[in-house]
Design a protein. Structure first.
Length: 537
């Protein structure tokens, strides 16, 4: 995910990390009707999935729109069927054909066909749509010509017949399967979009488990069960009532009063309440992911152009203390690819906290007395607190960091400029659980100044990543990514920090009809329709 998108919603993407929606009481429905009470701290931008570039909007459109695929598996990080019952790659990995389920319907009863799928993805690429994820789908052949006005259609989007659609890609792109399950890629009704035009975002027609009943901007979103949902017997809930503009600091209290069914993530102050209350604690769950915190070091700027210095910085920081700052809700980082992403290499050992080793490496690098340097710190989430902890640790090995705090919007421009920012704290949330979205996006040389703010550029790593990004075979892909990860860990362009645990609370009334609770993909419930959640009276 791009840095600018992270500021808006992440993700991104909630657990279980900002993305579980919370609930408060609202209209009282009859006893025969089950209602899931949720809440958001701000309004929804639009109910058009093409506009889903922030967390609140992403979470809302999940209820209303299905994608071709959805996340599943034990860790909720695998591509599984949704509107598409199956898919098949071409031998060269440059085309993938999705076979739709038979007799799919939109919530208004109209048929959903491959034509609607083609329309949806063409619309995402249309500059007039202003989709925040437009660039994601430029992997499709002909997308760039269409965007630039050189073509009136996207040549790589091919309707084979009403139940089959093929995507031809510029290069083998195995992670395209994750791109088609992003919230942005919810399949829209072509007929409805053409009917409502610019007001489609207030009159959404999708195939999700719920459909719009009423949206009062800034106050409430009411949804009702979609009787045409493609999964028989689902959803289990009859209605969803989302209160808008509810402050985060009120949500745990509301759950305690029985006024909401889910809340997350949990603040540090509220976490202490949860720990002290057995009733609350029984509804608490967490998983590592989707955020990873690191300290970036610009490898083009002295003294961080010396690998020994970068390694010394890793030995000089007590990562366990950083985890303690999160109330213990985290795990020390190993390599770049995190544990919730296929390809995670558990054999990589974290840099231990060893001040003596750090001093020795600094001496070898020519800095026996350490050095002094500015650290640019964004005023974002808990990054200032993390920076202060790192500052205190490094002072013990002779490295003096002068913390310079900057507004996040300004910071994200500063780190993009070559030779401007030597060291900085940052976090990354995965858009989707694939190594390409992590190591290739953040550390490939070609991404320098885009998402690679350390300007790290190792040709050997880039070669491995280029191969991995274009390899269809999962086993071979994993091998290539893990080889690259080991080299990056040795090169140490980051002070490897920690993986944050995403967490949430649910009321005792919510019953698990699947293993969905506690699973973590990119940012769990942002990719969850809540279709299998049941609630007792």
């Amino acid at each position: 995910m791009t840095l600018s998108r992270k500021a808006g919603w992440t993700l991104a993407m909630v657990i279980v990390s900002a993305f579980i929606m919370v609930a408060v009481s609202g209209k009282a429905w009859s006893a025969e009707v089950s209602t899931l009470y949720l809440a958001e701290n701000s309004d929804i931008r639009s109910l058009d999935p093409s506009q889903a570039g922030d967390g609140v909007t992403m979470r809302a459109v999940q209820f209303l729109f299905n994608r071709l695929l959805r996340l599943g598996g034990k860790l909720n990080n695998e591509t599984t069927p949704a509107l598409a019952e199956s898919w098949k790659w071409s031998p060269d990995g440059k085309s993938v054909t999705f076979k739709l389920r038979k007799n799919l319907l939109f919530c208004d009863g109209s048929p959903l066909t491959a034509d609607d799928v083609a329309f949806t993805f063409t619309r995402l690429l249309d500059p007039k749509t202003k989709c925040p994820y437009q660039g994601t789908y430029t992997v499709i052949k002909g997308a760039r010509d269409f965007i630039d006005g050189k073509a009136t259609s996207v040549s790589g989007i091919v309707v084979v017949d009403p139940e089959n659609i093929r995507f031809d890609l510029n290069n083998p792109t195995p992670y395209f399967l994750y791109q088609v399950l992003l919230p942005t890629a919810g399949i829209v009704s072509r007929k409805a979009v053409e009917k409502f035009g610019d007001t489609f975002g207030q009159n959404p027609v999708g195939s999700g488990p719920f459909m719009l009943e009423k949206w009062t901007r800034g106050q409430q979103l009411l949804l009702t069960r979609n009787k045409n949902y493609y999964l028989a017997g689902l959803p289990k809930i009859d209605r969803v009532d989302v209160k808008l503009g509810i402050a985060d600091n009120l949500q745990v209290m509301m759950l305690q009063r029985g006024e909401l069914d889910m809340v997350g993530p949990i603040s540090s102050a509220d976490f202490l309440k949860v720990e002290a209350d057995p009733k609350l604690k029984s509804g608490y769950y967490s998983h590592v992911g989707p955020r990873m915190y690191y300290i970036g070091m610009n490898v083009e700027m002295a003294p961080f152009n010396n690998k020994l210095v970068r390694q010394a910085m890793n030995y000089g920081v007590d990562k366990q203390k950083l985890v303690r700052l999160q109330n213990g809700r985290g795990e020390i980082m190993k390599g770049v690819v995190p544990p919730w992403v296929p390809g995670f290499d558990d054999s990589i050992q974290p840099y231990p906290y060893d001040a003596a080793k750090a001093k020795d490496l600094l001496t070898q690098a020519g800095y026996p007395n350490g050095f002094e340097i500015d650290m640019l710190v964004p005023d974002y989430r808990d990054l200032p607190q993390i920076a202060a902890s790192v500052q205190a640790d490094l002072l013990k090995i002779g490295v003096k960091l002068n913390l310079r705090q900057q507004a996040y919007a300004v910071f994200r421009q500063s780190v993009r400029e070559r030779g401007k920012v030597a060291i900085f704290p940052l976090q990354w949330s995965t858009d989707f659980p694939d190594p390409q979205n992590v190591i290739s996006t953040i550390l490939k040389g070609s991404m320098a100044g885009q998402q690679n703010f350390t300007f790290y550029n190792n040709p050997a790593v880039d070669k491995l990543l280029d191969q991995a990004d274009a390899t269809i075979d999962p086993k071979r892909r994993t091998e290539l990514y893990q080889q690259a990860d080991k080299i990056v860990h040795e090169d140490a362009p980051w002070i490897f920090g920690f993986y944050l645990k995403a967490d949430a609370l649910k009321s005792a009334k919510l019953k698990e009809t699947s293993d969905s609770y506690g699973r973590v993909p990119a940012e769990v419930t942002e990719y969850d329709h809540f279709d299998a959640v049941a609630k007792t009276p």
